[in-house]
Design a protein around this ligand. Structure first.
Ligand SMILES: Nc1ncnc2c1ncn2[C@@H]1O[C@H](COP(=O)(O)OP(=O)(O)OP(=O)(O)O)[C@@H](O)[C@H]1O
Ligand SMILES: [Mg+2]
Length: 304
């Protein structure tokens, strides 16, 4: 497998005597969209501030593109494009002037590259307008253009969907996909919106009160579901599940049987029940969404 672009190893951080991050470990690979999901106050922005070199962890190691943030700060940071909370820009200049201003600080960024990123973020029709005439979504795109001008291998976005309307969110999603899948960037995106993470990310780490509870592939979510059947012969149904699929079911009511199964098997099982003369009144599936998983893991996190 590829080397990770971003790696956090055993990160600890206390702020004002309070544990804010505890033993945070994660790896993000090229072309991967990595979601960092947690409730308000979970520690997302603190983690991002550490990755961006704005604050130091008390313990642990951050490497970016193989360079240690601690011992090779400049080389590590040269691979990062980052927007934390809201991007900085001059409102009285046009979008293009803002990008040129920033490009002037780096010898590597040519006008061609600026034009390319403007196209990439879809701002070509408004780029000559002053930033104070931009909508939030346009500012967001200009921020992303600023962050990717230097061709970073890692792009970090802290809650980029905040404040955008549904159309804006859909466009942002497309843009992030383009950056990851066409440009090969590793994209680290934090969010407290479950559906958003499920739709856009390849991998999600769930953080709660400064601890990563689970890291999983989004496409693996929903493979297993809990199914409840209402049948006239519950014992026979349970026997069949055990014998044919080695599934341990439990009886939860006079005519109710419950088991955790792979979602794709539900149809076969229902057909087998009927073929064996079991009358099936209904079949209900619970769980199998990122939301169920999140609520199960965090116990329905509150803001702390
Ligand atoms: N400078 C600070 N002083 C005191 N507490 C802080 C400071 N920075 C962060 N914290 C605390 O650390 C915890 C994590 O904050 P952080 O901003 O990382 O959360 P978050 O996951 O980004 O939340 P949100 O979704 O609200 O942006 C919170 O309890 C916050 O109050
Ligand atoms: Mg935050």
């Amino acid at each position: 497998m590829n080397e990770p672009v971003l790696q956090l190893t055993n990160i600890y951080k206390k702020i004002k005597g309070k544990d804010i991050l505890r033993d945070v470990n994660l790896s993000v690979y090229p072309s991967e969209i990595f979601g960092f999901l947690g409730a308000n106050g979970a520690g997302k922005t603190t983690t991002i501030r550490i990755i961006a070199g704005l604050i130091k962890p008390d313990l642990g190691k951050v490497t970016i593109g193989g360079f240690s943030l601690d011992s090779d700060f400049v080389r590590a940071m040269s691979q990062v494009g980052c927007i934390i909370e809201s991007p900085d820009m001059y409102k009285f200049l046009t979008g293009m002037e803002n990008l040129q201003q920033l490009a002037a600080m780096s010898s590597r960024i040519t006008q061609d590259r600026i034009d390319e990123v403007v196209e990439l973020v879809g701002l070509q029709h408004r780029i000559e307008d002053k930033v104070d005439t931009y909508s939030l979504g346009m500012k967001q795109r200009l921020g992303i253009a600023q962050a990717i001008m230097g061709r970073p291998r890692l792009l970090i976005l802290d809650e980029p969907a905040n404040g955008l309307d549904p159309a804006g969110i859909a466009e942002l999603r497309q843009l992030i996909r383009r950056l990851a899948y066409d440009e090969g960037m590793a994209v680290f995106v934090s969010s407290h919106i479950l559906a958003e993470v499920q739709q856009i990310c390849d991998t999600v780490a769930i953080i709660s009160r400064g601890v990563i509870l689970n890291t999983l592939k989004v496409k693996e979510i929903g493979k297993d579901v809990m199914v409840e059947w209402q049948v006239d012969k519950p014992s026979l149904a349970m026997e069949l599940l055990k014998e044919r699929w080695d599934i341990a079911a439990e009886q939860t009511g006079k005519n109710r049987v419950r088991a955790v199964i792979e979602r794709v098997m539900a149809e076969d099982i229902n057909q087998a029940f009927i073929a064996e003369g079991i009358r099936l009144a209904y079949c209900e599936a619970h769980g199998g969404t990122l939301e169920d998983l999140f609520l199960n893991l965090t116990g329905g996190d509150e803001i702390v």
